[in-house]
Design a protein around this ligand. Structure first.
Ligand code: NAI
Length: 244
């Protein structure tokens, strides 16, 4: 799965799953455009792990002007955009009765609208190239639902609908669009859960372990490679069998 000469834009690339994706794609030879809300700290550390063919661009994916600037900067730096990984995501958990309207809006704005804005900006570029690979990071919660995560589940289910629609729209131009649905992955997003809860979840996972960011990154690397050129509109669960 050689990605030499390919340019990949990865949103939310500073830490967690996004960091692992940036490192994995860079390891396979891709130029990496790391989109982060802040270009210092974690984003800089990730860039160092990626090597020399990487740029860090500040961007809030929910902001159309930021996203436009992100894609223009990527093209100025590397000439083309072959790969887009929509990874940036947030949670604002709570039971529906207590969920604030701003918590619903914030999650939809980043997780769903952010993916829309990024796909809208790159689709023209990829269609003209007659080549592109888009991977949207969804979640098993978008497939099965989860109490206390109605906003997040809606956003991640929406990402799957978007993925299938875009696969249909862009297929004739050589652009594949797929989703990866991680299960329970060990990152800052899940760090707040108690050891007891984590233990219970591990018990329910057929492979008996919580996933690592690298497990997700390897699936993404496959989907953006030429080896996956006849795969589009699919949702690949990387969940240790949790959703069976
Ligand atoms: P994380 O919280 O460690 O990292 C998320 C990254 O997205 C951070 O770098 C953050 O700065 C960035 N981000 C958030 N809002 C942004 C915005 N508006 N604009 C640009 N960047 C923004 O989370 P993690 O666990 O690495 O999650 C990555 C993706 O995987 C998310 O889409 C998440 O929903 C999804 N996911 C994670 C699972 C897990 O168990 N950790 C399970 C299923 C899906």
């Amino acid at each position: 799965m050689d990605l030499t000469g390919k340019t990949a834009v990865v949103t939310g690339g500073s830490r967690g799953i996004g960091r692992a994706i940036c490192v994995e794609l860079a390891r396979r030879g891709a130029n990496v455009v790391l989109c982060a809300r802040s270009v210092e700290g974690a984003a800089r550390e990730t860039a160092d792990l990626c090597g020399s063919n990487v740029i860090v661009v500040p961007c809030n994916v929910a902001d159309a002007a930021d996203v436009k600037n992100l894609m223009e900067t990527a093209r100025e730096a590397f000439g083309r955009i072959d790969i887009l990984v929509n990874n940036a995501g947030i949670t604002r958990d709570g039971l529906l009765m207590r969920m604030k309207e701003e918590d619903f809006d914030a999650v939809i704005a980043t997780n769903l609208k952010g993916a829309f804005l990024c796909m809208k900006e790159v689709s023209g570029v990829m269609m003209r190239q007659r080549y592109g690979r888009i991977v949207n990071i969804s979640s098993v919660v978008g497939i099965h639902g989860n109490a206390g995560q109605m906003n997040y589940a809606a956003s991640k289910a929406g990402v799957i609908g978007m993925t299938k629609s875009m696969a249909r729209e862009l297929g004739s131009r050589g652009v594949t669009v797929n989703a990866v649905a991680p299960g329970f992955i060990d990152t800052d997003m899940t760090a707040a859960l108690s050891e007891k809860t984590k233990g219970k979840m591990e018990e329910q996972i057929p492979l008996k372990r919580i996933g690592a960011p690298e497990d997700v990154a390897k699936a993404v690397a496959f989907l953006v490679s030429d080896e996956a050129s006849y795969i589009t509109g699919q949702v690949l669960c990387v969940d240790g069998g949790m959703g069976i």
